[in-house]
Write a protein that binds this ligand. Structure first.
Ligand code: ATP
Length: 247
């Protein structure tokens, strides 16, 4: 395999409830320090692909029934979610999953609950506040009262507090105004550039995702139908027509 592939998925098949075949042989690779995007219509299997990596699949009666997932060359196929989190792979869920009756700071501290380095934890909170000044303004406010965009920021911030080695982002633009989409994607790009954090980004917003990533995959019906570098995909006629709003 390539020397610096962090995450690789090799021809996986995923079944829910033992009978519903959702992924029909998906293969993809995420190189260290890069943003890879995974695009496709509703129901194509993008979220399922992320859950197959993070282990969350198992909590939804799903299973990888063929193929393998590996992290730094080590097989993690069907490993439980807590093991995968311990290895540094974090999924920021669609719908955010914050603790709504806890404050912004408390939610950030929750993200760091496995860490013991108090000083560094406080520094990381300051770093999250620097990325997302809106969260700093609402530090003592309850997460449940944040706007959708602020909740998305907090979900990303909370994942960063765990000092992940890989971040799996499920539709960070969902439900956000165009201005907030720009802001959130700007920060994602900055985190990748400054921290070298590896990311796999699932998006409906193909335009943004393609501009951010170095490499992309397009899924349809449980399969990868096209993949290529950012430039290849941005210049591809089918991509332009189907995903970028016409040539
Ligand atoms: P979306 O953007 O709508 O989330 P997606 O590309 O992420 O789309 P998935 O959420 O992975 O697609 O869903 C792929 C298929 O798997 C869909 O047909 C969906 O109904 C089915 N599916 C997803 N989760 C489950 C589940 N827990 N049990 C059964 N079927 C499921």
């Amino acid at each position: 395999p390539q020397t610096d592939t962090v995450l690789s998925i090799n021809n996986i098949e995923v079944v829910y409830d033992e009978v519903i075949l959702v992924l029909r042989g998906v293969t993809l690779e995420v190189p260290r320090g890069q943003i890879v995007s995974l695009l496709g219509a509703n129901g194509a299997g993008k979220s399922t692909t992320l859950k197959a990596i993070s282990g969350l699949l198992l909590t939804e009666r799903g299973e990888i029934t063929r193929g393998s997932v590996s992290l730094n060359g080590e097989a993690i196929t069907n490993h439980p979610a807590e093991d995968i989190v311990r290895k540094g792979v974090f999924q920021v869920m669609e719908g955010r999953r914050l603790v709504e009756d806890m404050t912004v700071v408390e939610n950030l501290r929750l993200g760091a609950h496995t860490r013991k380095d108090r000083g560094a934890i406080n520094q990381d909170i300051e770093q999250v506040f620097e990325y997302f000044p809106r969260l700093a303004e609402r530090a003592k406010g309850l997460a449940g009262y944040l706007s959708g965009g602020e909740q998305q920021m907090l979900a990303i911030g909370r994942a960063l507090m765990a000092r992940p080695s890989v971040l799996l982002l499920d539709e960070p633009s969902m439900g956000l105004s165009p201005m907030l989409v720009r802001e959130v994607f700007g920060i994602i790009e900055r985190i990748n550039r400054e921290q070298g954090l590896t990311m796999l980004l699932v998006e409906q917003n193909a335009n943004w995702a393609l501009h951010l990533c170095s490499y992309g995959y397009i899924m349809e019906n449980g399969k990868v139908v096209l993949d290529g570098t950012r430039e290849e995909l941005l210049n591809n006629e089918d991509v332009k027509e189907s995903y970028l709003g016409g040539g």
